[in-house]
Each structure stands twice: as C-alpha cells, then as structure tokens.
Design a binder for this molecule. Structure first.
Ligand code: CTP
Ligand code: MG
Length: 222
C-alpha cells in the first residue's frame, strides 16, 4: 500500500505532494515503480486524495488499485486496508513521499517478514537527541546507539496491522506521533517490531529542500 492522500502543507506546492513532479514524474509514480521493481510485491494499492483518484488511475495503469484516502495518515491506511484483496496476508505500508526508497529496501523488509510479523527499516542517527519538558528543560539524553530513524516501507502480517488499526481507531485520540507510524500502533498492542537496516534514499520529501535533495539523489542514479 502506498499512501499518497496527504496535502503536502510543508512542501507548499500547488498540488498535493504525491503529485508534485520530480524529473518529470509525480513522486507517487517514482514510489510505485520502485515497489514493483522489487519483484516481491504481488499487488499495489495507492491511496490518493478523493479528487485525484481518476488522475492516479490513468497515471499508474491497470495493475494498481487506486482508492480515496482519509483525513489523516492513519485514516488513509485504513482506506487502503479496506481495499486489499482477500488473498493478501502480508502488507507493506509505504509513504509516497519516500519516493526513492529503492527496490532493495523493499526486498529487505519482505525477507525479514519471513521471521517477524512486524518489520520497519531504520537508520542510525548522526545527532544526539534530548528529551525535553514543556519549558524546554532537558529531561534526559537517550543513548544514541540505541536510537533509529524509522522509514517506510513498514511490513506487517495483515491481521496484526488490521488489529492495530482497529484498536487505535477505537481508542480516544492516541498521541499525534502515533498517527504517523503504523509500527507504533503495533507496539501499543505489545507486539514485537523488528528493525532492519534502512536506506538514505528512503528519505521523506517533506520540505522544498528535501525535494531538491531527492532530485540530487536521482541524478546520482537513485
Ligand atoms: N498521507 C495520506 N493521507 C493523509 C495524510 C498523509 O495518505 N491524510 C500520506 C502522505 O501522502 C505521505 C505520507 O502519508 O505520502 C506521509 O505524510 P506526510 O509526509 O506528512 O505528507 P503530508 O501530510 O501530505 O504533508 P504535510 O504534513 O506537510 O501536509
Ligand atoms: Mg502530514
């Protein structure tokens, strides 16, 4: 599932972020092509803004199922889950905004799903992280060696992901940070989530600087 129904407020482009062009192709098309190129994905569902369903359908062709998304990322993932064919038992959830996530990374996550019901790619951090309180005072400094920057695609046994989303949708307002990360919902169920090595090319295009960075990576062959 490629979630692409966001508006891209921070990018500030004229159209929703997944439809912004990078070297002549929308971010969504870059993302879907790399997922399909992995050779390990049997079916792709793209979740897009309601008014762009037809445009996405024409862009992505008959092999990709296109459905309208929801008000936040979690709602869009639930729209995608509802559109999955019955035979699917393993799901990757991927951000269209991570448009250059390479086929290798998709294969790495799928490989790990043979051993684990929930898998996320993660990168080590270069910077030190501080946890602060409301006044900005440092509460603690987590050991950087134990931290990871988490990316997508994130992989799950379908029933586990559906259970995680059902349980999150039923509870009153989980913390905002959880709405942006499917694995966090699985963690809330007390289930184990395995981290595999991420890839710098899976950066999330959020700001205009990120789009420039993605263009540079593409120029290098990403
Ligand atoms: N997303 C989605 N449905 C939403 C919100 C987000 O499918 N209602 C998707 C985005 O399209 C994106 C991914 O979730 O591929 C990650 O979200 P983010 O980078 O935050 O994208 P936007 O929400 O579009 O950007 P912004 O937060 O700057 O508005
Ligand atoms: Mg957003």
């Amino acid at each position: 599932m490629v979630v692409a129904a966001g508006s891209g407020t921070r990018l500030g482009a004229a159209q929703p972020k997944a439809f912004v062009s990078l070297a002549g192709r929308p971010l969504l098309q870059h993302a879907v092509r790399r997922v399909l190129d992995s050779g390990v994905v049997g079916c792709v569902v793209a979740v897009v803004p309601t008014d762009l369903v037809q445009q996405a359908d024409e862009l992505l062709g008959p092999d990709v199922i296109v459905v309208p998304g929801g008000a936040d990322r979690s709602a869009s993932v639930r729209c995608g889950l509802a559109a999955l064919p019955a035979a699917v038992d393993t799901v990757l959830v991927h951000d269209a905004a991570r448009c250059l996530a390479p086929p290798d990374l998709v294969r790495r996550v799928v490989d790990a799903l043979n051993q684990h019901p929930a898998v996320v790619p993660g990168l080590p951090l270069a910077d030190t992280v501080k946890q602060v309180d409301d006044e900005g005072a440092v509460v603690r400094t987590p050991d950087r060696a134990r931290l990871r920057l988490v990316q997508t695609p994130q992989g799950f046994a379908r029933d586990l992901l559906e259970r995680a989303h059902r349980s999150a949708a039923g509870s009153d307002a989980p913390p905002a940070s959880l709405a942006t990360d499917d694995a966090a919902l699985v963690e809330l169920l007390g289930e184990r989530v395995q981290v595999v090595p991420g890839d710098p090319r899976a950066l999330k295009v959020t700001t205009p600087d990120d789009l420039a960075h993605a263009g540079w990576l593409l120029g290098l062959g990403a």
